[in-house]
Design a protein around this ligand. Structure first.
Ligand code: FMN
Length: 205
């Protein structure tokens, strides 16, 4: 395990290959797992921006991992989970669906609803403007709802998304910004849930 201290305020821990953990020094109030699938890197860029949005709040700790590397401890120790997928045939990628299926097969979330009241959010990238990004985010949120999680939007109506091909190749700054806002919003709601509704004042516009 490597631990690097940056300017005494933020520490980055690389606990295992493919895992990054950012924690502000002091006492984090909420832990957010940002997990994603990505082949050509676009969804990974969005994941990094979502994580940036999370850690912009000094009371948040973020763990960023690919879906295939998530362990039971990552899932159950998180207060909130933000899941990202490329659009494959107008839906989430098979790897992300398998991740959700493994909540039961590997992690046994049912019948105790072990994910109950954790906060959830979604992000997606798709090649086409209208190729299924919103369906992809909604199916991610639907899997969370089925697990009695509290799902939230942020950045956009259903989460954060980016168009990556055609006239809008790659991820632009506007798309990165909606991803950061999603991260901020999930932290905001996770804090409200954890500390008690009404005791947390909104900092996100
Ligand atoms: C098998 C496959 C199916 C795809 N289906 C869609 C689709 O239905 N709609 C769409 O907008 N893009 C589709 N795409 C494009 C990807 O969603 C897009 O390139 C995405 O940004 C890739 O993410 P990544 O760079 O994180 O791997 C598809 C790509 C692949 C490989």
């Amino acid at each position: 395990m490597y631990r690097i201290l940056i300017v005494g305020l933020l520490s980055v821990t690389i606990a295992s290959p493919g895992e990054q953990v950012w924690a502000n020094e002091g006492a984090p109030v909420v832990t957010v797992l940002v997990t994603y699938h990505s082949v050509s890197g676009s969804t990974e860029k969005m994941a990094a921006a979502v994580a940036e949005g999370v850690r912009s709040n000094p009371q948040a700790r973020v763990v960023m991992k690919r879906v295939g590397n998530v362990m039971a401890e990552d899932l159950f120790s998180a207060d909130a989970i933000i899941v990202g997928s490329p659009v494959y045939w107008a839906n989430m990628a098979g790897e992300v669906k398998t991740f959700f299926d493994n909540w039961q097969f590997k992690f046994g979330v049912f019948p105790d609803f072990k994910m109950r009241n954790k906060v959830g959010g979604a992000f997606a990238t798709g090649g086409q403007v209208s190729g299924g990004k919103e369906i992809t985010m909604l199916t991610i949120l639907a899997a969370m709802l089925g697990n009695h999680m509290i799902v939230v939007s942020g950045g956009g109506a259903f989460g954060a998304s980016a168009t990556t091909e055609g006239h809008s190749p790659g991820i632009d700054e506007e798309e990165l910004e909606v991803a950061r806002i999603l991260g901020q919003r999930v932290v905001e709601v996770a804090m409200a849930v954890k500390t008690g509704l009404g005791s947390y004042k909104s900092v996100v516009p």
